[in-house]
Design a protein around this ligand. Structure first.
Ligand code: ATP
Ligand code: MG
Length: 154
């Protein structure tokens, strides 16, 4: 299918707006002529649901989440940036592994099983894309997805 990027992002924010307000976390949209991308909207919804769920889980009250999209040289770049607790550098290479969770005690309190990012990576790669993560302890986390815009998708 063909996915309208703006509609995809706005719908995802809508699904988390109430939870964000309840947690006193702001979610902002930063969109630059994002257009459309080839892909499966249901799968791509699961990508943003997992990333926004993580961002909200690990961002304390007063924080901010920015969802952004822009086209750079035939590649769509989607970012989910938060001002949350961040991920220690030694854990960063492992967060895409199934069942891997940083700081078991902290993560157990927050719930979850450690499958979200593994699924996000799988769906991203199915779309011919890449995922990378930038994070600093107490400095927040940014997940960067890149999708090739000329990819064939049926
Ligand atoms: P699930 O997604 O299955 O409910 P989960 O959120 O713990 O559980 P993942 O989404 O795969 O699992 O994330 C793996 C781990 O990476 C998390 O347990 C958490 O420690 C860390 N992590 C993921 N996203 C963030 C984030 N935005 N800020 C801080 N830590 C994060
Ligand atoms: Mg998760």
């Amino acid at each position: 299918g063909v996915v309208d990027v703006k509609a995809w992002l706005i719908a995802a924010i809508d699904r988390f707006q109430l939870q964000a307000e309840a947690q006193s976390v702001a979610i902002e949209l930063d969109l630059l002529d994002a257009g459309t991308m080839p892909g499966d909207r249901d799968m791509l919804d699961r990508v943003l649901d997992n990333l926004l769920s993580n961002a909200l889980k690990y961002t304390p009250a007063g924080g901010r989440i920015v969802l952004s999209a822009r086209v750079k040289r035939n590649v769509l770049e989607v970012r989910v940036a938060d001002t949350g607790v961040g991920i220690p550098p030694e854990d960063l290479p492992h967060v895409f592994e199934r069942f891997y969770r940083v700081d078991k005690a902290r993560s157990r309190r927050k719930g979850g099983s450690g499958l979200g990012l593994a699924l996000v990576r799988e769906i991203t790669e199915l779309h011919g894309g890449d995922i990378r993560l930038e994070s600093r302890v107490d400095g927040g986390t940014t997940v960067i997805l890149t999708f090739p815009l000329q990819e064939d998708w049926s």
